[in-house]
Design a protein around this ligand. Structure first.
Ligand code: PHE
Length: 461
């Protein structure tokens, strides 16, 4: 127990300065979600109109849910399950935490697969296999990377070795330093991609696709996809922000950090979208091509420009780092649970978690496309890869978020919540708090329920 406590305190200490907390939280939010998922989900859901709904979800659901989760974590200084147990002992509320642990497994099953593709693109870029690609060869290379028996699984295994090594070493400090120095570099590299993409002939159509809102394209499914993406992007509804909140210092601002993280996260996603869609329209590719979009477009951005090979390698190196810091925050959810609630040694907790994730994750890897070995297996119409993705983003995370807002809004005393968010009086902004409280009690849960009903076809727009 003492050992656990020491470890726990040690981790909390590392999130010591305001900047470190901000970057650690941003390190969880910014990941494949911005660079890989955001562009293809926007692409498959009609572009600008989707973006509009997405912003509404971030403001009225994402930020409030993040405040609630950080509150729960910091107040209790516990893992996702222990936190609910401390606030409401011996009740079913801890089910939210348990659901979060399941969700973190589901996400990792496919996230590790895509991270493996990114790692392998680092290798391919460094060894020159991506130089001089054309749209056709870019497609073939992506297919070879993602379909097949050996290579995708090997790369996925490498991903897990890296993640486990970082978590076992417990180098929260190192992670902080990595995110703090490298996230800004990723940002600059995406801007270089943007500048290059803006010289392509498809830039007008690309930007129009991203920003022109055609509201006739909106339906229940599109709204659910936007909501799911907001949860996935901001790492919500599954315990990550509760766990990270438990490492926040007492003087962190629980209101400003989520706002700053959400804004920075949206900016990174938009920059990624602005790099990718001009390429899509220049080379007459399909914006709704799906999960391969990043991998078939970015190599084209860098082909035929000076230092293109080096820039491409840097781009994938930084994307792999962003993916890795996001995975650390995902895996930390069960690890903190196993080590604190089940009294497991941290190393054992990490090994148990990643081994399960890897074994079941292989199912996702072998069903990433219809050409994959298990691509023919369909459950509710989805292959494993899509099933894990849809189940987590579109169902479990929003349900987790809904229950969390109801928990904080109706089952926690307003004064307790306010004291924690206002750092026991150190911050004094009553009007901001009151506004937030109204959103948490009324707007976020109602929006969440409406989205569910409309996606089930019970309400029609
Ligand atoms: N937010 C991360 C991304 O966009 C993914 C993630 C989801 C991380 C849930 C932690 C928890 O890549």
């Amino acid at each position: 127990m003492t050992e656990l406590n020491t470890e726990h305190t040690k981790k909390r200490e590392t999130f010591s300065t305001g900047l470190a907390v901000f970057f650690a939280t941003l390190g969880s939010a910014v990941g494949l979600g911005n660079i890989w998922k955001f562009p293809y989900v926007v692409g498959s859901n009609g572009g600008g109109a989707f973006l509009f709904i997405y912003f509404i979800c971030v403001i009225f659901v994402g930020i409030p849910v993040m405040v609630c989760e950080l509150y729960i974590g910091r107040k209790t200084r516990s893992n996702a399950v222990g936190a609910f147990e401390k606030l409401k002992p011996k009740t079913a509320w801890k089910g939210i935490g348990l659901m979060g642990i399941i969700t973190s497994f589901l996400i990792m099953f496919f996230y590790s697969d895509v991270s493996g593709w990114v790692y392998s693109y680092v290798f391919k870029a460094i060894t020159g296999q991506l130089s001089g690609v054309t749209p056709a060869t870019a497609n073939t290379i992506f297919e070879k990377t993602s379909v097949g028996l050996v290579s995708p699984i090997v790369w996925q295994g490498i991903v897990f070795i890296v993640v486990a090594a970082i978590l076992i070493a417990g180098v929260q400090n190192g992670i902080e330093r990595i995110t703090k120095s490298l996230l800004p570099v990723l940002f600059v590299l995406i801007i270089i991609c943007d500048i290059r993409a803006f010289t392509l002939p498809g830039v007008r159509n690309g930007l129009k696709f991203l920003y022109y809102a055609d509201f006739t394209k909106i339906n229940g499914g599109v709204i659910l996809a936007a909501l799911g993406l907001a949860f996935f992007k901001l790492s919500l509804g599954m315990g990550t922000m509760i766990t990270y909140g438990s490492y926040f210092t007492d003087n962190n601002n629980l209101l400003h950090t989520p706002i700053k993280v959400a804004i920075s996260d949206v900016v990174v996603s938009l920059l990624a979208g602005m790099a990718i869609f001009p390429v899509v329209f220049t080379f007459k590719m399909e914006p709704s091509a799906g999960p391969g979009l990043l991998f078939t477009t970015i190599p084209l951005v860098f082909s035929k420009i000076p230092f293109g090979g080096i820039l491409l390698a840097c781009f994938f190196i930084l994307t792999s780092i962003a993916a890795t810091t996001a995975m650390i925050s995902l895996v930390e959810v069960p690890v903190a649970y196993f080590s604190e609630e089940k009294n497991m040694k941290r190393t054992n907790a990490v090994l148990l978690t990643v081994i399960i994730m890897f074994i079941i994750g292989i199912l996702a890897t072998l069903s990433a496309s219809s050409k994959s070995l298990l691509g023919y297996i369909k459950i509710f119409g989805f292959g494993f890869f899509d099933l894990f993705d849809k189940l987590s983003s579109n169902i479990l995370m929003p349900v987790g978020g809904l229950l969390t807002t109801i928990f904080v809004g109706y089952f926690i005393r307003k004064e307790d919540f306010k004291n924690e968010v206002m750092n026991n009086g150190a911050l004094s902004n009553d009007s901001k708090f009151n506004l937030l409280y109204i959103v948490i009690r009324y707007i976020s849960p109602i929006l969440l329920v409406i989205v569910f009903l409309s996606s089930l076809g019970i309400i029609k727009f």
